[in-house]
Design a protein. Structure first.
Length: 280
């Protein structure tokens, strides 16, 4: 664990911004790996894909608390109220932004939620599914909290070995869960008729690249206004929790694979807890 931290510092240095940049590149690389898997794993079953996405949700769920919410509460300038305010702001921003782009489950299943009280699903016009721009914007939106969380994690470390360990655990956890997410994006792109397998994988790669600048932004913002760190941690956690509840869980439970998705989620929680304890 110390060896990993030492190696990371040897490469990125001790500047939190450079550390965040490297962290963003690492999680984007994991996303790229997942996206390119569609080239060799051309037809993953719905069951395996739902289990993989459940795993991603479990990692994000655990990371939201162990690496963001609890450290934000324990921060000298933090407490329960600033973190809660940050969570609320993150949820509001993601909820409002989600109104402007198609939901991830729309692209994957070809259905959308009805605006009526019954919550029924209706078919989506195929022309919407073929819109590359809207698709990339939708996936990018849901990758934003992850990149921001990594940046905030490194920005909060600021030379503290324990905080750096937490940031590394968060980076690895988000990177690992980016693999099934990247694969899901590529599969969804292919199913939406966005072109060849190679083009679908490139769509997944591009969707994950937003995490790099947001990681840097998170570290810079924390460095400039350290008292805002608990709010930033809460904001990143709120965004990830919103994505889990609003998108990933409903999607993985919509095709009869609830058990596999739930088991995947539990494995993801355990993996993140292990990373947090061993690296933190």
């Amino acid at each position: 664990m110390t060896t990993l931290a030492d190696a990371f510092v040897a490469i990125a240095g001790r500047d939190p911004v450079w550390q965040a940049l490297l962290g963003g590149l690492v999680i984007a690389a994991f996303n790229t790996l997942g996206a390119l898997l569609v080239v060799v794993w051309r037809d993953p079953s719905e069951r395996s894909l739902d289990a993989a996405l459940g795993f991603a949700a479990g990692v994000m769920l655990s990371a939201s608390f162990t690496s963001l919410i609890l450290p934000g509460i324990d921060h000298p300038d933090g407490g329960v109220v600033p973190v809660i305010l940050g969570i609320a702001l993150g949820v509001v921003v993601l909820d409002q932004a989600d109104e402007w782009v198609p939901h991830v489950h729309v692209v994957i299943t070809g259905q959308q939620r009805d605006e009526g009280p019954a919550g029924r699903t209706t078919d989506v016009d195929e022309s919407r599914l073929s819109s590359v721009l809207l698709f990339i914007v939708a996936i990018t939106l849901h990758n934003m909290p992850e990149g921001l969380a990594v940046g905030v994690g490194f920005g909060s470390a600021n030379g503290d070995p324990v905080a750096l360990g937490n940031a590394l655990a968060l980076m690895l956890a988000i990177g690992i869960q980016n693999v099934p997410e990247g694969l899901a994006v590529s599969v969804a792109a292919r199913n939406a008729g966005l072109g060849s397998l190679f083009y679908a994988s490139i769509a997944g790669v591009r969707a994950g690249l937003v995490e790099v600048p947001l990681a840097v932004l998170g570290a810079v913002a924390v460095g400039v206004a350290n008292p805002m760190l608990p709010y930033a941690m809460g904001f990143a956690a709120g965004g990830m929790l919103f994505v889990i509840s609003d998108e990933i869980v409903p999607e993985t439970h919509s095709r009869g694979n609830e058990r596999e998705a739930t088991l995947g989620l539990m494995v993801g929680v355990v993996v993140m807890l292990y990373l947090d304890v061993t690296l933190g």
